[in-house]
Design a protein around this ligand. Structure first.
Ligand SMILES: Nc1ncnc2c1ncn2[C@@H]1O[C@H](COP(=O)(O)OP(=O)(O)O)[C@@H](O)[C@H]1O
Ligand SMILES: [Mg+2]
Length: 242
């Protein structure tokens, strides 16, 4: 049994007077890919924001046993969590290369950083070819590759991805998810992925959690969720809850 990298309990958060998280709980084991499912408005993005310190919240969030709730976003990042936000995880006004270097801003091992930038160009040759171009000129799929490479340049213990497939063509979605799986296996980086393409995401995830109106209502190994009638009805097959 591997140990926990992330432990979230009784998480509550509000925007002004409106409470949107009413008790979210889940855990992520070290080295695993965890999937956060839920209809639009269920509180998935707010949950990631609460973990990364960009929305204030109460309850308990621990990373490798250390409480991180109440930390600033930059201190959460230094503690080891990279957050690729919904929509866009790239700095569109910077070049591809400057995006990768920005991802390594907290690192002091400059020679290793330069070597890793070259490794990412080998893994994603399109990024190498376009390294001097502005990130905003890349296609959606290329921007998502850059977003994950940029996040990985910070050597996070936990990578959080918010709807990485949003706006991408179905064929690219499958490619992006096999890249996540490959990076997870080759680097051992734990991942927490919010995704509405439940079928593709459950295929690479180890475990999953379902949020409904700001609460965890279901949790289990990915294989249990795949065969769960409620999950099948809401997130798999034709009847997609969006
Ligand atoms: N900045 C905001 N200000 C006020 N309400 C918000 C804000 N962002 C999200 N909400 C509300 O919080 C709830 C949860 O939203 P969100 O976490 O974005 O859900 P999800 O990512 O699951 O679609 C929704 O009712 C949404 O309308
Ligand atoms: Mg969202």
């Amino acid at each position: 049994m591997s140990e926990l990298i992330l432990d979230v309990q009784n998480l509550e958060a509000s925007y002004g007077p409106v409470r949107v998280l009413h008790g979210v709980h889940f855990t992520v084991r070290t080295g695993e890919i965890a999937l956060l499912l839920g209809a639009n408005g269920a509180g998935k993005t707010t949950t990631l924001r609460a973990i990364s310190g960009s929305v204030s919240a109460s309850g308990s969030v621990t990373l490798q046993g250390t409480s991180i709730l109440g930390m600033s976003p930059s201190n959460v990042a230094k503690a080891g969590i990279a957050h690729v936000p919904q929509g866009r995880g790239t700095l569109t006004e910077l070049t591809v290369e400057d995006n990768l270097l920005a991802g390594a801003i907290n690192r002091k091992d400059r020679p290793a950083v330069a070597a890793e930038v070259r490794e990412w160009y080998e893994r994603f040759p399109v990024l190498g070819k376009r390294r001097t171009q502005l990130a905003g000129l890349l296609s959606g799929g290329e921007q998502q590759m850059l977003a994950i490479a940029r996040a990985m340049m910070g050597k996070p213990a936990l990578l959080m991805l918010d709807e990485p497939s949003l706006g991408l063509a179905p064929k690219i979605v499958g490619e992006i998810f096999s890249i996540f799986s490959e990076i997870n296996k080759s680097t051992g980086t734990s991942m927490l992925v919010v995704e509405q393409n439940a079928e593709i995401a459950l295929a690479i995830a180890d475990c999953g959690f379902v949020l409904e109106v700001g609460r965890t209502v279901l949790e289990g190994p990915a294989s249990d969720l795949q065969s769960n009638p409620e999950v099948q009805h809401a997130y798999l097959g034709g009847d997609i809850a969006r």
